[in-house]
Design a protein around this ligand. Structure first.
Ligand code: NAD
Length: 248
């Protein structure tokens, strides 16, 4: 049977690009979605039409019960899990820290940090040789914001992605001897819909002058890095934070 990959937040953007590339590489796929069931269904049909074994499962990754159900569905449908891509993430409108309320911080941490934590925990229970698994790999989608800090925009989001980086480093060491590699990609400014929720759909154009390569990135360029870290070509790479940011 094909290797099985779970991608969270897979209905659009970097998640959908990763799903298309993974399908082309022969993975069977579980596409998690929370919003946009229509887009998830459309992607599912597109992948199945080219012969990929795939399912789409609704779940809010920040909700422990829903995450448990998501993984139970993978157990039933595939009976194995080889790769987790913790891609689901969100940010809120750009503002200074002194204008933010704590509820916003909690929402941003819930999806980005709690979501990645809960899915990684369930994945480890299925992949680890300690639990009778055959190993696997986890790729967390962090952000270059973890390094730059995102001043005047979203320090909360940058801090959440920083937490994901720390979790990547710690978990990589914790499960290395159990056959699991854990890495992260840190995308720079990538052309996806996430910028609209930050209140600036045209952000890529504004920011591109600060990118050494002089342009925003495409979701497919991040997907390539995710697929490399996920697969056997990266067999000796764990605990890496890979910037995919045009040199930023
Ligand atoms: P996007 O908004 O298109 O994709 C985010 C996906 O996460 C969406 O499908 C959304 O429905 C899903 N999601 C949000 N909350 C969820 C939840 N509670 N449960 C399950 N799914 C949920 O944007 P994107 O740019 O493709 O973002 C993908 C990842 O890349 C995110 O983690 C984001 O933080 C990160 N990232 C993006 C950029 C960029 O410039 N686009 C830069 C750095 C990091």
């Amino acid at each position: 049977m094909s290797r099985v990959m779970l991608i969270t937040g897979a209905s659009r953007g970097i998640g959908a690009a990763t799903a298309r590339l993974a399908a082309a590489e022969g993975y069977a796929l579980c596409l998690n979605f929370h919003h946009r069931a229509d887009a998830a269904q459309q992607l599912l049909e597109e992948l199945k039409s080219t012969g990929t074994q795939a399912i789409a499962v609704a779940a809010d990754v920040a909700d422990e019960t829903q995450v448990a159900r998501l993984f139970a569905t993978i157990d039933e449908q595939f009976g194995r899990l080889d790769v987790l891509v913790n891609n689901a993430g969100m940010l809120e409108r750009q503002m200074r820290l002194d204008e933010m309320d704590a509820a916003r911080l909690m929402r941003v941490f819930a999806v980005n940090v709690t979501g990645s934590f809960l899915c990684a925990r369930e994945a480890v229970k299925r992949m680890s040789t300690r639990y009778g698994g055959k190993g696997g790999s986890i790729v967390n989608v962090s952000s270059i914001a973890a390094k730059l800090g995102a001043p005047n925009e979203y320090i909360d989001y940058a801090a959440a992605k920083g937490a994901i980086d720390s979790m990547t480093l710690g978990l990589a060491k914790e499960v290395a001897a159990e056959g699991i590699r854990v890495n992260a990609v840190r995308p720079g400014v990538i052309r996806t819909e996430i910028h609209a929720s930050g209140g600036e759909p045209g952000r890529v154009e504004r920011v591109k002058a600060s990118v050494p390569m002089g342009r925003g990135g495409e979701a497919e360029e991040v997907a390539e890095a995710i697929l490399w870290l996920a697969g056997e070509k990266a067999s000796y790479t764990s605990g890496a934070l890979l910037d995919v940011s045009g040199g930023r």
